[in-house]
Design a protein around this ligand. Structure first.
Ligand code: ADP
Ligand code: MG
Length: 432
């Protein structure tokens, strides 16, 4: 309608559009960048808050509440500042767009008025054109607002897109090599060298080599930080080694189907994760879809049935963040029940009984022994009783296997690492 009314004035308006749109695009970029920054700082503040709330007891014990409050205050201020900048950029975009649009309406009015004065245009035509121009300008203004919103959303979504686009370094190959069926239960390390990605110069495993036969029980001993838990992390393929091959049932873990290989192992980790949910859920975590009867049976075998029955709602008691907090020993027994329920051919025990008192330990030890029967077991051990029963002992120090043998052969080795460790660690036990 604008073109029908006055082609000249319309030409003017069309010519003005790039002049309006270009600055809007530039402003839009700024909106996007600032809105991304706002999102990032807000995420930092929330992450700190959730960590601090989760560790509230530690903060209280070390009387660090004020410090944490101040730190969080700072993080929130930063998030607020960033959000203000983002809003300012958006407001600037809108204001600028509206200013430009209505300036061009004024320009149209001025040029049109010149035409009316010169007699080349009738006042009615100018009025008509102006009316259309105002409608068009209003629509453009709304569009610029939508553009601002899109830019803001894009900035905020960038973070999500990045996360979603992240390719896991550890993934199943496209054509996995099948694992032998039925499972053999063998484990092998072949010249495995590994450093954690955060500490690339410090290898936690150094040319590690060993092979474990089906049904064998192997104890791993060594000072703290020797790399014992690292062996389990490599076996579970939470990391890939920089050199060498980790094998489960004879298959290179990197070539096997990840879930299939992990399904052949049950782990009782050093620090047990308790999820929010009921006790039964937490034990059932070991085997999705387990029945209540199976869960109870596993709990009984792990010597956990007693304390669970005494909880306010028994197996349905909420634990974790929103419920009852379990003691270290109770957590360990839940983890053992999980592993029992999993019923995997390879059992990985990482100081599984370290948090238990002597009495529960004896009981759990019995349960573990039953569980270990007919399974390949790697046990990171700290008690003489467990180590003595192992078929073989690997002694680790600084990422290397320094000695290998059984309790008798290793203890008799004068100046050996194991002999010294045994003296320090088990001297008291033996005396008792
Ligand atoms: N996730 C990790 N990132 C970086 N370094 C780690 C990580 N986990 C363990 N380490 C380091 O690797 C070494 C071996 O650790 P670990 O295997 O846990 O020892 P432990 O024999 O006590 O179980 C230690 O020096 C430890 O600090
Ligand atoms: Mg450890």
């Amino acid at each position: 309608m604008m073109i029908v009314t006055s082609p000249q004035l319309s030409g003017l308006v069309v010519g003005a559009i790039p002049l309006i749109v270009l600055p809007i695009i530039v402003f839009g970029r700024r909106v996007r960048k600032r809105s991304r920054a706002a999102q990032d700082t807000l995420a930092d503040a929330s992450a700190y808050a959730s960590e601090a709330i989760g560790a509230v007891r530690a903060f209280q014990s070390f009387t660090n509440e004020l410090f944490a409050g101040r730190f969080y205050g700072g993080a929130v201020d930063r998030a607020f500042g960033a959000a203000r900048l983002a809003v300012r950029a958006r407001a600037g975009l809108t204001a600028f767009a509206i200013f430009l649009i209505f300036s061009s309406v004024v320009a149209v009015l001025w040029i049109g008025a010149q035409g009316v004065l010169a007699g080349t245009m009738s006042p009615g035509t100018l009025g008509q054109f102006l009316l259309y121009a105002v409608f068009a300008a209003g629509a453009l203004g709304a569009l610029s607002e939508v553009w601002g919103e899109i830019q803001q959303a894009t900035g905020a979504a960038e973070r999500l897109t990045e996360l979603l686009g992240e390719d896991p370094l550890i993934a199943s190959p496209a054509n996995p090599e099948p694992l032998p069926e039925p499972p053999l239960g063998t484990v092998g390390f072949d010249e495995v060298t590994f450093a954690y990605p955060t500490r690339p110069d410090d290898s936690a495993a150094h040319a590690l080599g060993f092979a474990i036969a089906p049904g064998e029980t192997v104890a791993i001993v060594g000072p703290s930080g020797a790399g014992k838990s690292t062996i389990f992390a490599l076996l579970m393929r939470q990391y890939d080694p920089q050199a060498g091959i980790v094998r489960v049932d004879g298959v290179d873990l990197r070539r096997a189907d990840l879930a299939e290989a992990r399904r052949r192992m049950a782990i009782v980790p050093q620090d047990v994760t308790i999820l929010s949910g009921s006790v039964a859920d937490n034990i059932g975590f070991g085997k999705p879809g387990a029945t209540r009867a199976e869960i109870t049976e596993a709990a009984k075998a792990a010597q956990a049935h007693g304390f669970i029955s005494e909880l306010p709602n028994g197996y349905d008691t909420e634990v974790g963040e929103r419920g009852v907090t379990l003691s270290g020993g109770q957590r360990q027994r839940v983890a053992i029940a999980r592993a029992i329920l999993r019923d995997a051919p390879i059992l990985l025990l990482d100081e599984a009984t370290s948090a238990l008192d002597a009495e529960s330990e004896t009981l759990v030890q019995k349960a573990l022994e039953t569980l270990m029967e007919g399974r390949t077991t790697l046990v990171i051990a700290h008690r003489l009783a467990t180590i003595r029963k192992a078929d073989r002992i690997l002694v680790m120090d600084r990422g290397r296997i320094v000695e290998e043998g059984n309790h008798a052969s290793l203890s008799s080795k004068k100046d050996g690492v194991y002999a010294r460790l045994a003296e320090l660690q088990f001297g008291a036990e033996r005396a008792a």
